[in-house]
Ligand binder design. Structure first.
Ligand code: KG4
Ligand code: ZN
Length: 401
């Protein structure tokens, strides 16, 4: 090993990404090709289209990542790739390409769980800032953390603990149905906002009254209530719930239905439908915020603000409650929804109040990227944990015990 250069490849959902990271702590390049334009008109990710777009993008994206980093394939020490969870066809594009590159270059291949990647986005960020503060210094990776992974596919709480050079994860809580980002996207869709909905709701929520609509979350009271069986939902497939404390379980499908009912009851449905083509035409948030504001009456802005206020409050209560229960004195918040402005403000304020440390990735590292995959692969590289040539996509891959 010379420089400890890992090429990371990520293709689990709707971003084709490649990055070169040195020793899990210095990002030399991070290239992300978003498919938003492809999926925009469908208001969600279409799996077949995602695979096709990954096929188109994978070679140029990897080339761009190498070129930006100023390295050749021969300079690399390993190739890391997301093996799951995610869309099977999408994952396979990255895995197949990574395997071929590893084989051709005679390099070790490292399989990374996408959720572990999101957690390492924060750790990478911390290591990078430590490196810049202390020349030659390494980050202190020895402390356990409560990690909230909150994205379009996941809302999971983990206790992450360093152990013999690598990390161990214990699942503390998760959603029983929709992920928080999924609720953002669905609510945005039914209000006629653009896709993905999270950034739009984030940009518009500050213009509404967060207390206008009193949304509440049903308390999930007992394990017996679930009959010991995981509900048959998409989220349920990715992790067992049997031994989880009900205080740390989430459920976001109720609030989505409550928003739908509110929209119907208050005659907001037609206006929402009329907004769809107008929103499509104005461009992206936060740039097109002024135009979007003109398309949203105050009642809609109040509904958006109230929805976000309720979701962020629920995420915060459970994450801080879990940190306290686990005796963790730091919280890492990561995944697409961690880009949310109100979430960052309220989590930071609560952390200050409780005298607990909090960390987020940069905005670019919050959503899907490959730098987090290369960073998560570094401890595995050092430990010699390599994937076999049989590596295949694991759409329902679970993280932790
Ligand atoms: O991590 P990510 O890029 O992909 C998944 O692994 O799911 O997360 C995408 C999700 C989408 O649901 C998107 O609406 C949400 O993250 N999101 C946001 C924001 N930016 C992205 N949600 C709330 N506020 C944001 N600023
Ligand atoms: Zn993700």
């Amino acid at each position: 090993m010379d420089r400890g250069l890992i090429l990371g490849i990520e293709s689990s959902c709707d971003e084709t990404a490649a990055a070169v990271v040195e020793r899990g702590s210095r990002t030399l390049s991070s290239v992300v090709a978003s498919q938003i334009a492809t999926h925009l008109r469908y208001g969600g990710v279409v799996p077949e289209l995602a695979s096709r777009e990954h096929l188109r993008a994978i070679v140029p994206v990897v080339r761009a990542a190498l070129a930006e980093a100023g390295v050749r394939l021969g300079d690399l020490d390993a190739i890391a790739v997301t093996s799951g969870p995610g869309l099977a066809g999408a994952l396979l594009v990255g895995i197949t390409y990574a395997k071929a590159l590893a084989f051709a270059q005679d390099l070790p291949l490292i399989a990374v769980n996408h959720l572990e990647g999101h957690i390492h986005a924060v750790l990478l960020q911390e290591r990078e800032s430590n490196l810049s503060e202390l020349p030659g210094g390494a980050a202190d990776d020895s402390e356990a953390a409560l990690a909230l992974v909150v994205s379009g596919g996941h809302t999971h709480l983990y206790l992450a603990q360093p152990s013999g050079g690598t990390w161990q994860y214990s699942l503390i809580g998760r959603t029983l149905d929709d992920a928080a980002g999924e609720a953002y996207d669905k609510v945005a869709k039914l209000l006629g906002l653009g896709y993905p909905g999270g950034p739009w709701i984030d940009a518009l929520a500050r213009f509404g009254d967060p207390h206008a609509v009193p949304f509440t979350f049903a308390q999930i009271k007992t394990k017996a209530h679930l009959g010991g069986n995981a509900p048959r939902t998409k989220g349920a497939k990715t992790a067992p719930i049997a031994n989880l404390d009900p205080r740390f379980l989430f459920s976001f499908s109720g609030i989505k239905t409550a928003v739908l009912r509110y929209v119907e009851l208050h005659g907001m449905k037609q206006a929402a439908a009329a907004r769809v083509p107008q929103m499509l035409a104005i461009g992206k948030p936060p740039k097109a915020k002024e135009e979007a504001l003109k398309l949203c009456p105050q009642g809609t802005l109040d509904l958006i603000a109230s929805f976000q206020h309720a979701v962020v409050g629920d995420l915060s209560r459970k994450a801080f409650g879990a940190a306290e229960a686990m005796n963790a004195d730091r919280i890492l918040v990561t995944g697409g929804v961690a880009a949310n402005g109100e979430l960052r403000e309220r989590f930071t304020a609560e952390a200050t109040r409780r005298r607990i440390r909090i960390a987020f990735p940069t905005l670019a590292l919050s959503t899907d990227n490959a730098a987090m995959i290369a960073a998560a692969a570094w401890p595995r590289f050092v430990a010699g944990e390599f994937a076999s040539t049989e590596l295949t996509a694991e759409p329902g891959l679970v993280l932790g015990r």
